[in-house]
Design a protein around this ligand. Sequence first.
Ligand code: PLP
Length: 322
Amino acid sequence: MESLFKPQNSIIQRFKSYNGLEIEIDIRREDLLHAAVSGNKLRKLKYNLLEAQKLNLHTILTYGGAFSNHIAATAAAGNVLGLKTIGIIRGQELGDDFVKTLSNNATLELAHKNGMQFHFVSREAYREKDSTAFQEELKLKFGLFYNIPEGGTNLLAVKGTEEILTEGDTTNYDIVCVAAGTGGTAAGIINSTAPQQKVIVFSALKGGFMRADIEKYTWRSDFEVVDETAFGGYAKSDDRLIDYMNTRFRESVTIKNPRGIPLEPIYTAKMMYGIEQMVERAVIKGKTRILAVHTGGLQSIAGYNKMLSKKRRIKLSYENQF
Ligand SMILES: *Cc1c(COP(=O)(O)O)cnc(C)c1O
């Protein structure tokens, strides 16, 4: 189990510096932590998998949509550790033609290759997944399992995300930025920053509920939340964002860093775009050292490109290059 959680720390790279403004943006490459299990999802799984081991449970059951990074990461971790994994997937119709579903969906295909067993449920049933009735059904069907919530966020997950920042990060940076879906990663980041540091959370969703979700797992309230309104909401984008991603990737490939800094469109690209907007609009000004956390999730690019193709939009140029 140990090897999955080594190394403890990811590397930091320069993302952008502004000549004359004394503003620097660095990026902590959590996406490079492990070859098979990406970024913050590995951090969130760590103490949950150790707990499952302690309880002598060899089956991990969790929930997600058909493109979920958490589903992909749980399947990969299960494969590495020899644990059985079960994914409760939103969308009953996906189970109708399983072979076709896999050939159309890189996330599920990879999770399947990693040994995950799927249980496809209707959107209505999925909404009730935490109900006693649904949980009883799962127990009858699958027996004993260790239950991890959708998106992987619980107390043990936040304990894991508190290990993303190093002690150096608390003195080397004025602002720490992180993207949020459930807010579990942001809570861990907030808990591990120093009082004088500012945390900006870029929500991948709109609706204004993110602050309350994060506050379930942190005692601090001195953080800022930016809702995703620039691109229309969760997983939405326009050509401006895709163009931005292609440009930044091209610029990031150097002799020193031949693999560049790839971003994905749902979380990390919107965060980096948002940070740059704040600098350009002088919301962030004066000598400022910014650390952004690259939370991973690059497995979603293949599926995203497929969608862009179907809509005849410009695609991400680096699907197979990292
Ligand atoms: C899941 C995910 C997030 C959001 O993490 P939460 O802890 O759910 O807020 C951010 N970035 C990437 C790449 C993710 O896969």
